[in-house]
Design a protein around this ligand. Structure first.
Ligand code: GLN
Length: 585
């Protein structure tokens, strides 16, 4: 009720505290995300394949744990206790990531012999400036390493004549790294994964609980909340890479930890604002709490085990068909895919037998949209992995001739565009709705898929203007993020409300879980896609910038075209879907 004195921008005043808490939590998460792939490739010197595989598995689990965290809050802890507990776990996780030890040392194996590689001008920072040159000393000669387009490697003398040509496969780059620090890094990520399960779904639930059933401010409230998310992300995606760049990796992760701690404090000391919201469900037994916290802490080593399993899994030859593909995946991938592939027909069968004909048809429409949702996030979530590596390697990061940003900071484009565009979209949808012109949900989804694909094709198109250094101007990357942000606003908030409108009431929580499961599967597939875009590195630097540019453009073209294709299919399907949705818009 806008006439109410106790409101905040016309919304319940509790929203302000949830807004600041979530802004700081996302500050931590996205600050860490801006650093993670660069940290893995440039500090730990992991190959692209290992980096993007681990990144995909980590983000997949980050989106999977909310299923369990939401369930635990509903049944036992209540949202508020869950948020507090999750906040502390995540803060500790970011803090642990500060301990990275010394940078790993690069080496190369040539003819079965192991040589140390000296990287000149190598800076232990997520920066793309500086021309790194790699040398190897064999015998008494110090030779420059140069990668060729065909995958072979030349060892050059001081006068740039070729001393040796190593055919593809006979040169193996590697790195020596301290296993204690790898262990700590994985424990840090595991803590964040489990903590996020307690935090993320439950703070959103509290936002929902501020509004009575049918309160028309609800959607606007979630839009404000979504802006808080991106406001927090924006600042940390600028600041954390800046600190990592100028002070050290530890400072970047430290700031993420600080932001998360502030979120915890804001929520803990709320001045009684949130009294009565997100409390323990009636009849739940408080004496169970300790057991739950204990189990959550025990889940950390379990997640750690999954991560090490993922990193050590050698890529098995994929078998034929989808079953063959799933069976060739590491344990985590198999579990994810099987859960997704079983839950869809399972829930549909249940609604066929238990629901009315109309309810079943609406559930069917929701499931179709959920499957297409996987395609969207698979492309969108390249942001933290392949697109950040692309920014580092093949993007000219100069904003003006003497001012450039760092690769990790390019992730902030998405956040700032969302902050700017979200209110415009709110106005646009409302205006269209008043004229009866608001596009139906499947059309919005279809346009989002076309958009996420076009974003990649836009970058590919712009790459023809790349300089002789094989770097594409930063505005092309910014353009991709702009198109992706428009697309995100057509699918992400729309999808959440779609679930609440199409689901049979008794299973709406479960369907929300399947929605997040589809994003989780997408994160995993996104990691696999980024793995296809792997390029060879020595000492954390690519050996051949031209090969790397071509590899990225090849993969970006394929996924861009596929997404546009899926989008068009969905636009065509919008007719039958409209029939199945029985008037839900
Ligand atoms: N950027 C939003 C967030 O972090 C949404 C991400 C998503 O749902 N995949 O909350």
């Amino acid at each position: 009720n806008p006439a109410d004195k106790n409101t905040w921008f016309g919304h319940p005043r509790q929203l302000s505290r949830l807004f600041t808490t979530e802004a700081m939590e996302r500050f931590g998460y996205y600050g860490m995300r801006a650093l993670l792939t660069l940290y893995l490739t440039k500090h730990f010197l992991f190959s692209d394949t290992t980096t993007t595989g681990l990144y995909g598995g980590f983000t997949a689990l980050v989106y999977l744990t909310p299923l369990i965290g939401g369930f635990i809050a509903d049944r036992y802890l209540g949202s508020k206790r869950s948020v507090k507990f999750g906040a502390i776990m995540m803060a500790v996780g970011y803090f642990v990531l500060c301990f990275g030890g010394d940078t790993a040392k690069p080496h190369a194996v040539i003819d079965g012999q192991r040589y140390e590689v000296q990287v000149e001008n190598f800076i232990d920072r997520p920066t793309s400036t500086g021309e790194e040159v790699r040398y190897v000393t064999t015998g008494s000669e110090r030779l420059k390493i140069k990668g060729n387009d065909d995958g072979s490697v030349d060892l050059l003398r001081a006068d740039n004549s070729v001393a040796r040509n190593l055919p593809k496969g006979s040169f193996e780059p590697g790195a020596d790294r301290n296993s204690l620090f790898v262990f700590l890094m994985l424990i840090g990520l595991s803590l964040v994964t489990v903590g996020n399960g307690f935090f993320k779904p439950n703070i959103s639930t509290i936002v929902g609980s501020l509004y009575a059933q049918g309160d028309r401010r609800r959607d606007a409230g979630f839009t404000i909340f979504y802006m808080g998310i991106n406001l927090g992300s924006f600042f940390s995606q600028l600041l954390c890479p800046f600190l990592a760049d100028n002070v050290g990796w530890w400072a970047g992760f430290g700031l993420a930890a600080g932001g998360m701690l502030l979120a915890a404090a804001l929520f803990q000391f709320d001045g009684g604002r949130l009294d009565g919201y997100g409390e323990r469900p009636e009849g739940a037994d408080p004496s169970r709490d300790l057991l739950i916290y204990g189990c959550a802490i025990l889940a950390v080593p379990a997640v750690y085990f999954l991560f090490t399993n993922l990193m050590n899994a050698t890529a098995a030859e994929p078998g034929s068909g989808i079953v063959g593909y799933v069976m060739s995946l590491p344990l985590m991938g198999q579990v994810l895919f099987l859960t997704f592939l079983i839950s869809i027909p399972g829930i549909l069968a249940w609604s066929f037998f238990k629901g009315s004909r109309q309810e079943f048809q609406m559930m069917l429409a929701a499931m179709v949209l959920i499957v297409f949702n996987v395609v969207f996030w698979t492309l969108f979530e390249q942001a933290g992995s392949s697109l950040t590596l692309f920014a580092d390697r093949n993007t000219d990061l100069h904003i003006t001739s003497n001012w450039s940003i760092s690769a990790g900071q390019t992730q902030s484009f998405n956040a700032i565009f969302i902050v700017l565009l979200a209110p415009l979209f709110s106005i646009l949808w409302n205006g269209l709705a008043r004229r009866g012109l608001e596009p139906p949900i499947p059309i919005k989804f279809g346009l989002a898929l076309v958009g996420v694909g076009l974003g990649f094709l836009f970058l590919v198109w712009g790459s023809q203007f790349a300089g002789s250094d094989f770097k594409v101007g930063i505005w092309w990357l910014a353009g991709l993020y702009f198109i992706h942000s428009v697309a995100e606003l057509m699918i992400s908030p729309v999808g959440l409300s779609m679930i609440t409108k199409l689901s049979i009431a008794r299973v709406v929580g479960l369907m929300m879980g399947v929605w997040f499961l589809s994003i989780s599967v997408a994160q995993y597939v996104a990691g696999a896609v980024a793995q296809v875009a792997s390029v060879e590195t020595v000492g954390g630097q690519v050996t051949n910038l031209q090969v790397s540019l071509n590899t990225y453009l090849h993969v970006f073209t394929i996924i861009g075209e596929w997404a546009v294709g899926f989008g068009v299919v969905l636009l065509l399907l919008s007719w039958p879907l409209k029939y199945l949705m029985h008037g839900v818009k």
